[in-house]
Ligand binder design. Structure first.
Ligand code: HEM
Length: 248
């Protein structure tokens, strides 16, 4: 078969398998992210302390294993696609397709770092503490303070996931629509990076703390987070693509 003859060439079997793997683990990751945000968090708010502790130790801990390794594999398969595409990858800073992939990747890599650097680092302490209490020990004094940073990073990931997937999927499937060359993407990137940096820094508590007005508005209620995700998508698409890049 043709694809196996050119195993590691662009469009060959390795790229095909990497892409299939990327999507499979990608949906596992984002599916669990949505479970945590739309199902688990509201359910935990409704549960007794004992019920919540047991669910954390028996469900959340298992779900987090799949969640963080799915995130890692999504990231690695993504890099594998880029490695195989090599020269065939459109220039990330000149083609519309490259710009779309890079936009999705910026958000995806940020989400990946939030998973391992913030969410898991906090959750291992929180769940470890619940485990100690369940065995008759003392709660870890750090645990309570880590709940907010983890929750904010998780909501930021939910927000980012909406434009992330749009740009990632539309990169290879935009058709002729994306083919036009672009003179310069600098203004586009300044615009996107400013918004991205604000949202991420805010979620990390670096702008007026974890309870600043933006965080409370966008992250306290998951419904607002979904709306904010679509707003971010609309802003990047309508202003970034339709205005800034069209003028470039
Ligand atoms: C973690 C960071 C991520 C990186 C570095 C990354 C990288 C990539 C790359 C390089 C492509 C190929 C684009 C092209 O060839 O035109 C791609 C496509 C894609 N990615 Fe990601 N990705 C990431 C996260 C995600 C996540 C979380 C999902 C969630 C499901 C996802 C879903 C997809 C989909 C559906 C495609 C389109 C594949 C196609 O239809 O051909 N990616 N990604």
């Amino acid at each position: 078969m043709e694809i196996f003859n050119r195993f590691f060439d662009p469009g060959g079997a390795w790229e095909m398998l990497s892409r299939a793997g990327h999507i499979l683990v990608g949906i596992a990751w984002i599916g669990l992210l949505y479970f945590f945000n739309f199902v688990q968090t509201p359910a935990f708010a409704d549960m007794s302390a004992e019920g919540r502790s047991e669910a954390q130790r028996k469900i959340t801990l298992r779900a987090l294993w799949w969640f963080r390794y799915a995130a890692l594999l999504t990231f690695l398969f993504g890099l594998s696609i880029i490695a195989v595409q090599g020269d065939e990858t459109d220039d990330f800073f000149s083609g519309q397709r490259g710009t779309a992939i890079l936009t999705g990747m910026l958000l995806g890599v940020t989400m990946f770092l939030n998973v391992w650097g913030v969410i898991w680092r906090a959750q291992r302490v929180i769940i470890g503490s619940a485990e100690r209490v369940a065995q008759g020990g003392e709660a870890d004094p750090q645990a309570a303070a880590l709940a907010k940073p983890a929750a904010r990073a998780s909501r930021a990931n939910t927000l980012f996931s909406i434009p992330m997937l749009f740009f990632m999927v539309f990169a290879p499937h935009g058709g002729g629509f994306w083919e036009e060359p672009i003179e310069s993407t600098i203004i586009y990137w300044i615009f996107v990076l400013l918004i991205w940096a604000f949202i991420e820094a805010s979620a990390l508590g670096l702008i007026g703390g974890y309870d600043n007005p933006f965080n409370k508005q966008a992250f306290d209620d998951h419904r607002n987070t979904i709306i904010a995700g679509f707003l971010l998508l609309a802003v990047i698409y309508l202003i970034g693509w339709e205005v800034i890049l069209q003028a470039a």
